[in-house]
Design a binder for this molecule. Structure first.
Ligand code: CP
Length: 334
């Protein structure tokens, strides 16, 4: 590891992209690059988090995020425990706050949380002495997804600054879209939001994006096409007439993609609904789609985040048997 490995981040938790600076983001991406190289070696394991405990607490289903956080912690040498809401005392009526207090009493060193309600992870972080990482809260933020997307783009196209990125689909319910819009704006990219009016938040332009309701106009000359899933589980009522009609107007196919730059990359955070927001063959097109690469970057980014947060004062392990009174970690941010 290079000398960036010795610095600690200026934040204790990773609750969102909001509040991060360009240099915070670049530092995470730089370290992630080192972990990508490590993960491609036969021996992927390090011991920098040896003796530390990481709890993954997921109140919603996950394939990519939970597995990659588990792999990330284990590859850094931490003891990793996975908890789901259905297999915990939450099923017996225990509150979120009591769950946090209970876990906190076990002195974990990192808590990774996914929750269906926006703001729940920030609330939980106020009750924990360790670093808390948001693995997705409602339709609010999914910061490690935006970071892994940024790493994928940066490794492919060299930089984020000056690129035009189209985010297409169910932006209204998407925490991935919110985190990506913030990160891309912070890093100097131009963001376009393409969706039917029913799937866009009000006053979308205030987030620093250009809004389109027509895919062929919105995709004109973009560098990146980022497709999103229809989040039916967050919808109250009908937001599109039918999935067939939605695919016709907003599904990515070769004809619509032809409007983008010839070398434009296709991204999707997953899980994908083939034939709803993306043509199945395009999703698997090794010349255009970087969807599998995004998954690979997810492990590296999560290793970098766990590594960096562990360096915070108060997150360091005791250096000897007589370390004196504990110094509490500082206030939560961003
Ligand atoms: N992108 C994403 O968050 O996927 P999972 O729901 O599988 O974690």
């Amino acid at each position: 590891m290079s000398d960036i490995s010795s610095s600690a981040p200026p934040f204790r938790h990773l609750l969102g992209i909001e509040g991060l600076s360009p240099s915070d983001i670049s530092e995470i991406l730089d370290l992630s690059d080192e972990y990508v190289a490590q993960n491609r070696q036969v021996d992927k394991k390090r011991s920098i988090l040896g003796g530390r405990a990481q709890i993954n607490l997921f109140f919603e289903t996950s394939t990519r995020t939970q597995t990659s956080f588990e792999l990330a912690g284990k590859r850094l040498g931490a003891d990793v425990i996975n908890m789901t809401a259905t297999a915990s005392a939450i099923k017996k009526g225990e509150t979120l706050i009591d769950t946090a207090a209970t876990l906190n009493a076990m002195h974990p060193d990192a808590l990774v949380v996914r929750h269906p309600h926006s703001g729940a992870v920030a609330l939980l972080s106020q009750k924990m002495d360790c670093s808390v990482i948001n693995a997705g809260d409602g339709s609010h933020e999914h910061p490690t997804q935006a970071l892994l997307d940024a790493l994928t783009i940066r490794r492919r196209l060299g930089q984020l600054h000056g690129l035009t990125v189209a985010i297409c689909g169910d932006i209204l319910h998407s925490r991935v879209a919110r985190s990506n819009i913030m990160l891309l704006n912070i890093m100097g990219a131009h963001v376009r939001a393409i969706a039917p009016p029913t799937l866009l938040p009000v006053a979308m332009e205030r987030m620093g994006v250009e809004v389109f309701h027509d895919m062929t106009q919105g995709l004109e000359d973009v560098d990146i096409v980022m497709m999103l899933r229809l989040q039916n589980e967050r919808m109250r009522g009908a937001f599109v007439p039918s999935t067939r009609e939605y695919y016709h107007f907003f599904g990515l196919d070769r004809e619509k993609l032809a409007k983008a730059k010839p070398e434009a990359l296709i991204m999707h955070p997953g899980p994908m609904n083939r034939g709803v927001e993306i043509d199945s063959e395009l999703a698997d097109d090794i010349n255009r789609s970087v969807i599998r690469e995004q998954v690979e970057m997810g492990v590296a980014v999560r290793m970098a985040v766990l590594d960096l947060l562990s360096r915070r004062p108060g997150n360091q392990p005791p250096v000897g048997p007589d370390t004196g009174p504990e110094t509490g970690p500082e206030g939560a941010q961003p």
